[in-house]
Design a protein around this ligand. Structure first.
Ligand code: SF4
Length: 458
C-alpha cells in the first residue's frame, strides 16, 4: 500500500522536477577535476593507467559509435548525422585505436567480461563493420566464453529479421532497443515513428534466436500523461522483453527546449512527474524487472552490474570515458582531432583525472547504492581503512531522515522508496559532494545537463 508520508518526504525534500533533473547515473562525475592532457605525455599516462588497473582481472569494453539518422527530441547524446564516408573513417580509427591500446599492454593478463556498443545508433553501422570490431577485440584480448555482448539499436534498423539474425551470427547476444513510448501522438512530437507491431516482431525474433532484449522507456516526455504511460506498460506486458529500462526524460536537447518554449503545456508538471516515476518503478517491481537501485548478479544486464561493482571500463571511440578504480580519462570529443591523433599513432586521450581518496569513497557509495545489496561497510573499511558510517555521516543523516537509505547486515542500501527515486538520491549525493568542494560548483553531467535557466518557462 502507498505510504504517502514517506513519499511526501522525498517529494518535498529532494525530488528533482522536470526542469531540474539531470541524468547523473550510473557514474559519479566531477567534471571540474578533469585536466587536459598533451599528446606528448599520453604514452606515459597510459603506463600509469595500466598500473591503476592493479589486480583487477576482469575488464569491460565500451565501443562508442556516435552516428545516427534520427533527430529524437529526447536525445541527450548529440550524435553526428550518419554519413558513409565519415563512418568509414571512424570505423578504421576504432580498429586502429584497439591496436594502439593493445600495444600499450592494457589488456595483458586481463579477461574481457562484457562488451557494449553504444551511441548514437550503433546499428547505423553494418553487421560487417560490427563483426570486424568484435573480431579485432577477440584477436587482441582474452574475451571470456559466453561474454555478454550488447548493442543499442534504433527499431527501424531492425525491421528486417535477417539483420537481427546477422547480429546473432556475429556474436551479439543482447540488443537494447530505444522505444521510450508507444503513444503515437507523443512519438510524433518526439520525431519518432515506430509501432507496437514492429517492436513486437523484433522482440519475437530476438526471443526465437535466444538473444536477450531490452526496451528503453521514458517518463516525463512532452505531453505524456499517466494514462498514456499505463497504456505503454500494457503493451510491454504483451510484448514481454527480457528487460525494460525506464528512465526520466532529461531536457537538454535544443529541439526539446524550443518545443517547450512554443508550447509550455507539453511540459509535464512536477506533481505528475512524481506520480509517473512512482508508477513506473512500482510497475517494474511488480513485473520483476531489474531497475536502477535493484541491479543484481543473477539478472540480465551484466555490463551495468559489473560497472556498478567498479570493474574497470576501457572505452573506444571519440568522447568515450574509461575508468579504473582510481583514474579516469575521456577521449577527444571532436572527431577530426580524434582521427588525426589516431592516424599519428597517438592514443586520442583528451583529458583525465586521478581520483582522490575522497572521490573514490564517494564513487564507491554512488555506484553501490544502485545495486540491491548496497555498500558493504566491511569492504569499505578494508579498502580505505576508514568507517563508511563516519566518512558519510552528514550525507547519510540527511538520506536517513528522508527514509531513503537504511543499514542492513552491515550494508548501506536504499529503502524501497529510495530505490524508486534512485535518480534523485544520486543527484542529491552529487550535489552534496560538489558542495563539500565549493559552493559555486553545480551538477554538470556528461551530456551537459538540464538547468531551468536553459528553459525559461517556470
Ligand atoms: S535514435 Fe537514439 S541516438 Fe539517435 S537521435 Fe534518437 S535518441 Fe539520439
Amino acid at each position: 500500500m502507498l505510504d504517502t508520508a514517506k513519499l511526501d518526504k522525498i517529494k518535498n525534500n529532494f525530488f528533482q522536477g522536470s526542469l531540474d533533473y539531470t541524468k547523473n547515473q550510473p557514474d559519479f562525475f566531477l567534471p571540474h577535476k578533469y585536466k587536459p592532457i598533451s599528446p606528448s605525455i599520453v604514452h606515459g599516462f597510459l603506463d600509469d593507467f595500466k598500473t591503476s588497473l592493479g589486480s583487477d582481472k576482469n575488464i569491460l569494453i565500451y565501443i562508442h559509435l556516435p552516428f545516427c539518422f534520427s533527430e529524437c527530441v529526447f536525445c541527450n547524446s548529440f550524435p553526428h548525422k550518419t554519413d558513409k564516408q565519415q563512418q568509414e573513417l571512424y570505423f578504421n580509427c576504432i580498429i586502429k585505436e584497439i591496436e594502439l591500446f593493445t600495444q600499450a599492454g592494457l589488456f595483458d593478463g586481463k579477461n574481457i567480461k562484457s562488451i557494449y556498443f553504444g551511441g548514437g545508433t550503433p546499428t547505423s553501422f553494418s553487421n560487417d563493420k560490427l563483426k570486424a570490431i568484435i573480431n579485432k577485440i577477440k584477436e587482441s584480448m582474452d574475451v571470456i566464453k559466453d561474454a555478454s555482448i550488447t548493442t543499442e539499436a534504433h527499431p527501424l534498423t531492425l525491421k528486417n529479421s535477417d539483420r537481427i539474425k546477422g547480429l546473432f551470427e556475429i556474436g551479439i547476444n543482447r540488443v537494447s532497443i530505444g522505444c521510450q513510448t508507444f503513444d503515437p501522438e507523443i512519438l510524433k512530437i518526439c520525431r519518432r515513428s515506430h509501432s507496437k507491431e514492429g517492436i513486437k516482431k523484433i522482440i519475437t525474433t530476438l526471443n526465437d534466436l535466444g538473444m536477450l532484449s531490452n526496451i528503453d522507456m521514458m517518463a516525463g516526455l512532452p505531453g505524456q500523461t499517466i494514462e498514456s504511460m499505463k497504456l505503454d506498460m500494457e503493451i510491454l506486458e504483451e510484448i514481454k522483453p527480457a528487460a525494460v529500462e525506464y528512465i526520466r526524460h532529461e531536457i537538454v536537447n535544443p529541439i526539446a527546449i524550443e518545443i517547450y518554449k512554443k508550447n509550455p503545456k507539453l511540459l509535464v508538471k512536477d506533481e505528475e512527474l512524481f506520480e509517473m516515476v512512482y508508477t513506473m518503478q512500482n510497475w517494474m517491481q511488480e513485473q520483476g524487472y531489474e531497475q536502477n537501485g535493484y541491479f543484481t548478479k543473477k539478472k540480465f544486464w551484466e555490463y551495468r552490474y559489473h560497472w556498478l561493482k567498479e570493474l574497470p571500463i576501457i572505452a573506444f571511440g571519440s568522447r568515450a570515458r574509461s575508468y579504473s578504480k582510481s583514474m579516469s580519462y575521456d577521449k577527444h570529443e571532436d572527431i577530426p582531432i580524434y582521427t588525426k591523433l589516431i592516424q599519428k599513432n597517438i592514443p586520442p586521450i583528451g583529458r583525465y583525472t586521478v581520483l582522490s581518496k575522497s572521490d573514490q569513497m564517494y564513487r564507491m557509495l554512488f555506484l553501490r547504492l544502485q545495486i540491491k545489496k548496497g555498500l558493504s561497510l566491511t569492504k569499505f573499511k578494508e579498502r580505505f581503512n576508514e568507517k563508511g558510517e563516519d566518512v558519510f555521516q552528514g550525507l547519510l543523516k540527511n538520506l536517513e531522515e528522508f527514509e531513503c537509505i537504511q543499514t542492513v547486515d552491515n550494508h548501506i542500501r536504499l529503502t524501497e522508496y529510495g530505490a524508486f527515486f534512485v535518480e534523485d538520491v544520486c543527484d542529491f549525493i552529487m550535489d552534496y559532494a560538489l558542495k563539500l568542494e565549493s559552493k559555486e560548483l553545480k551538477r554538470n553531467p556528461h551530456s551537459l545537463g538540464s538547468t531551468s535557466s536553459r528553459l525559461d518557462i517556470k
